[in-house]
Design a protein. Sequence first.
Length: 387
Amino acid sequence: MTKKNNNLKILIAGGSIRDLLLGRSPKDLDYLIASGSPEEFLAAFPKARPVGKSYEIFYLKGLEFSFPRAKGNNTDETIDLDLKARDFTVNSFALDEDGELYAHPNGLEDLRNRVLRPSFPDTFKEDPLRVFRAATFISRFPEFSPHPELIAEMKRCADNDWLADIAPDRIGVELRKALSGPKPGNFLRLLIQGNCLEPWFSEFNGSDNIPAGPPEYHDKSVAGHTAEIMDEVAGEPLTCWMAMSHDLGKVLTTADILPSHYGHDKAGMIPAKELGSRLMLPVKFIRAGESAAELHMKAGNYQELRPGTKVDLLMKLHVSGLLENMISLCNADRGEGLLETAPADLAEILKVSLPAHERNLGKESGEKLRNMRAMKIKTFSGSRKRI
């Protein structure tokens, strides 16, 4: 970015420098205006538009330019103060046009040790959304581990109810970024570790102390199993959300029937919907979460289902566009191959149609079509067995 005013000193700052130091290609370039005034910046770049409240931020051609959070007696001191006021030490770097690197006092050490640590003790008090950004970071960069200071400050944030007033859509954005990461289960793991489930992820309260099932089938808690399945389907954000939602009904299981979870599929539909709605996720995600909770047990037992039940399941998943997602979820949750015949079965039943004289008869037509499709699956399955 070419300067047009000698009083302006503009540096590349933040996560893009972290990525460069990690040997990665930076995705988003943010800039720090370390010296000069907003008036001088606008005079030099008149197409920039101001945003922000607590300190001046400008957008220009999709790039963010921010003035420092605090000012020192000179430019170098201003840069140092700004870096110490950022969210995490490994995001607190700046690089000037001459290639000089500025860093938070703990930045390079924490980057080398792959730990995520707050830049200053009140980072979450200043912006509680940073709790969820930390969880997203650990999901996107699983080689990093949370520093004890991070966990302590997350707990302090929770104890002081600082999370309550965050705009829910901002949390939803962070969650969706995490769902796209290589280890999305870390999002849930870190929130549990830092006691930060309330109030936004309250459906998972206690999930780390509830067995996921009888020991012959599960060796983890509900939370541990959920995070594990999220990791198994990494790379598919919608499927990952389904994995996060699929066992929410287990959190509601009464103690007298544990470690079994009878009826958890139906029980999980409401909390899945409420969680997705609270975070203002897209409608497709909300419905996918409900479907994951409701249908994952039936889908996992696909080969044992009656033909008519297979038809009902396949049509629900087809209409919602979730068959491939459910296959991925069940492969991770129950084992590979459980739904391997489902796509072919679906293709066959979609070829079936009612004769003209049996259409438009309301419920009667629906039942006849279902029976015809069930017979098609039965016949098609029989032909596969003979082969």
